[in-house]
Design a protein. Structure first.
Length: 318
């Protein structure tokens, strides 16, 4: 029998009273994936993680971890032995040293890989956590999440506070874990890191799933960014063409268009002006995000429905 998915969400919904945390999340994370949960502040990433790990009771729906329904509390205790977790707000005991924390987690769940991880993510383990920088707290959180050699690790913004070198070590570590068959899911609003390391990504917007995509497909779908310096400064609405999903003038006066097909029309239109310079490049994940966060009803399945350039608004903070 094939192994059950690492994570399965079925209509998972969580309301805090009247406030929507997440609504009707349905998705599957396969074994051995590095899966990204992307969304701006307040999108529902933490709520999703805390609900599918069983820390919050869902308002509706069900989650399965390694095939076990989270609502089965007894089975959940068992399956948690195979799971590692980095919460967004790790509640360390400030007056204890890092080492004492790790001793505690080792007694609780095991620590076969503790030494290896302490070497990989060194922190001042003999100092009290009170004195730790944000990065050192994160390193301690990483060591505790992986040291019992879990099958699945779920992390809420794990790289927050890590310096670039340690981030790099962390990404390489995740890739090596994937090669061993370990599944990791992490939330982020740092798009470059998701692009760098994830196999697939769920984009979450206002508590709902906006898309689940392979990273490559997401970037392909996002099309190209065309930056053009024009001698004239035609209104951005002049480029309200099929395939142009977003348009604006940058502060330096360069016209910037996110284009997804329909290049002929755009080139024809540009040819009507004096083009002093033009650059066409792959859209970044930031540009992709703008599709999802313009506040327009961009089709979540990405079937090409696009808002008019003129009505495209500034993206929210991602
Ligand atoms: N304990 C709570 N009580 C009431 N509302 C909450 C609570 N926790 C979260 N929310 C609300 O649920 C929604 C989703 O929040 P959540 O923290 O899950 O988002 P997030 O994507 O993790 O954001 P961030 O990146 O800022 O951590 C927000 O509207 C938030 O205000």
């Amino acid at each position: 029998m094939p192994a059950s998915p690492a994570i399965e969400l079925s209509g998972l919904t969580k309301y805090y009273g009247d406030v929507c945390g997440i609504e009707d999340l349905t998705l599957t994370v396969d074994r051995g994936e590095i899966f990204g949960f992307l969304g701006p502040n307040g999108a529902g990433k933490s709520t999703a993680i805390r609900t599918f790990l069983g820390f919050l009771r869902p308002t509706a729906g069900e989650a399965y971890l390694l095939g076990t329904p989270v609502s089965d509390r007894r089975a959940l205790i068992e399956v948690k032995r195979e799971i590692g977790h980095i919460p967004g707000d790790f509640a360390f005991y400030d007056s204890l040293t890092g080492r004492r924390h790790l001793d505690y987690f080792e007694r609780l769940r095991g620590g076969d890989r503790r030494e290896e991880l302490e070497r990989l993510f060194p922190a001042p383990f003999d100092r009290k956590v009170r004195t730790y920088s944000r990065g050192n707290r994160q390193k301690l959180a990483i060591v505790q999440a992986f040291m019992h050699d879990p099958t699945l690790v779920v992390m809420d913004e794990p790289t927050a506070g890590l310096d670039p070198l340690v981030q790099q070590t962390f990404y390489e570590f995740l890739e090596a874990e994937r090669d061993r068959g370990v599944t990791t899911l992490f939330s982020s609003h740092v798009l470059s890191e998701v692009r760098r390391v994830c196999d697939r990504v769920a984009v979450i917007r206002n508590g709902r799933l906006a898309a689940v995509e392979e990273i490559d497909a997401l970037l392909r779908k996002s099309g190209k960014v065309v930056r053009a310096s024009l001698a004239e400064r035609p209104p951005v609405e002049s480029f309200d063409l099929p395939g142009v999903v977003r348009g604006e003038y940058e502060s330096g006066g360069v016209l910037r268009l996110v284009v997804n097909g329909g290049y002929d029309e755009l080139l024809d239109r540009l040819a009507g002006y004096t083009v002093e310079d033009v650059e066409i490049r792959e859209a970044s994940l930031e540009d992709v995000f703008m599709h999802f966060y313009t506040g327009q009803d961009v089709d979540s399945a990405g079937d090409g429905t696009t808002p008019d350039v003129a009505s495209v608004t500034e993206p929210t903070d991602v």
